[in-house]
Design a protein around this ligand. Structure first.
Ligand SMILES: Nc1nc2c(ncn2[C@@H]2O[C@H](COP(=O)(O)OP(=O)(O)O)[C@@H](O)[C@H]2O)c(=O)[nH]1
Ligand SMILES: [Mg+2]
Length: 263
C-alpha cells in the first residue's frame, strides 16, 4: 500500500522560523497546541519563558516545517522577545477578541516587529477566542465574512442588560491589518476554527527567496533539536546561550513606520 501522498517525486522542504507574540492569556500556546497536536486544554498553564515546537504544513509544491517559538506574554518576559523574533521569517501577533487591551498590545508588537525584526518578516494578526462571541455574531452586528447573517439588523442588537463579550470588531482589526499589510484571521484554538488556515496562509505568503532548505532555519535563541510535536520548554535567560542575546535598548512605542511584510 502507498500512503496518500504519492511518492513520485519528493517535494522540496523548507524550514520557517515563526514566533508567537501577544498579551498573556490570549491563547498563543493554545493555538500552537491545536496546530501541532489538534488538542485543547481549557485550563492551560501559563508559558514560562518560551516553548519550542515544530510542525509541518504540506503545500501542493513544497513542505514547510515550522519551527515555532511560543513566547510568554507577561511583561517581565517582554524584553526577551527579540531573541525569539530575531531571524524569524514569520510572526503570529495574537489578541483576544473579548479583550480590547489585547489589540492595543498587538499593535505594539506589530510596531516593534516592523522596526526591529527582519525586513521581509511575514506577520499575521490573529484575533483568537472567536468561539466565545459566536452567539453574538449571529445577531448580525459583527458577523465576519463567511458567517451567516452578515450585516443585517440594527447595530448592537444584543439583548437588553446583556454585556457584549466581543470587544474588538472584525472590521476594526481588518482595517488595521490592511493598513499595515498583515494577514488577518479570527480563530478559535478551542474549536480549531481557522487555525490551520493561519499557518497555511503564512506558508503560502513566505517569499520563495527567503525559504531556506534543511535545518538552516533553526537559528533562534538556543534553538534545540526538538522533534516534530515535542516541546522543549526553554527557561529564557537560563538556558539561552549568552551569545544569542541581543541588544534590547529599543523600547516599543506607537507609530512605528515600518515597511509592510512580504505577504
Ligand atoms: N474559549 C476559548 N478559550 C481559549 C481559547 N484559546 C485559549 N483559551 C483559554 O485561554 C487561556 C489562556 O490560554 P493560553 O494558550 O495559555 O494563552 P497564552 O498565554 O497566550 O499562551 C487558557 O485557559 C485557554 O484554555 C479559545 O480559542 N477559546
Ligand atoms: Mg502561553
Amino acid at each position: 500500500m502507498t500512503d496518500s501522498a504519492q511518492a513520485s517525486a519528493p517535494k522540496p522542504s523548507s524550514s520557517v522560523k515563526l514566533v508567537l507574540l501577544g498579551e498573556a492569556a490570549v491563547g498563543k500556546s493554545s493555538l500552537v497546541l491545536r496546530f501541532v497536536s489538534n488538542d485543547f486544554h481549557p485550563n492551560k498553564e501559563p508559558t514560562i519563558g518560551a516553548a519550542f515546537l515544530t510542525q509541518k504544513t504540506h503545500l501542493p509544491t513544497r513542505t514547510i516545517k515550522f519551527e515555532i517559538w511560543d513566547t510568554a506574554g507577561q511583561e517581565r518576559f517582554a524584553s526577551l522577545a527579540p531573541m525569539y523574533y530575531r531571524n524569524a521569517q514569520a510572526a503570529l501577533v495574537v489578541y483576544d477578541v473579548t479583550k480590547k487591551s489585547s489589540l492595543q498590545k498587538a499593535r505594539h508588537w506589530v510596531a516593534e516587529l516592523q522596526r526591529q525584526a527582519s525586513p521581509g518578516i511575514c506577520v499575521a494578526l490573529v484575533g483568537n477566542k472567536r468561539d466565545v462571541v459566536e452567539g453574538e455574531d449571529e445577531q448580525g452586528e459583527e458577523a465576519p465574512p463567511g458567517a451567516e447573517g452578515e450585516g443585517e439588523g440594527a447595530e448592537g442588537e444584543v439583548e437588553a442588560g446583556q454585556e457584549k463579550l466581543r470587544q474588538v470588531s472584525f472590521r476594526e482589526a481588518q482595517v488595521y491589518a490592511d493598513e499595515e499589510g498583515l494577514l488577518f484571521f479570527e480563530t478559535s484554538a478551542k474549536t480549531g476554527f481557522h487555525v490551520n488556515e493561519v499557518f497555511t496562509a503564512i506558508a503560502n505568503a513566505i517569499p520563495e527567496a527567503s525559504l531556506k532548505g534543511g535545518r538552516q532555519g533553526a537559528t533562534g535563541a538556543g534553538a534545540g533539536s526538538a522533534g516534530a510535536g515535542t516541546q522543549a520548554a526553554i527557561m529564557a535567560g537560563a538556558n539561552a546561550n549568552e551569545s544569542s542575546r541581543v541588544n534590547l535598548n529599543a523600547k516599543a512605542a506607537e507609530g512605528g513606520e515600518g515597511q509592510g511584510c512580504a505577504c
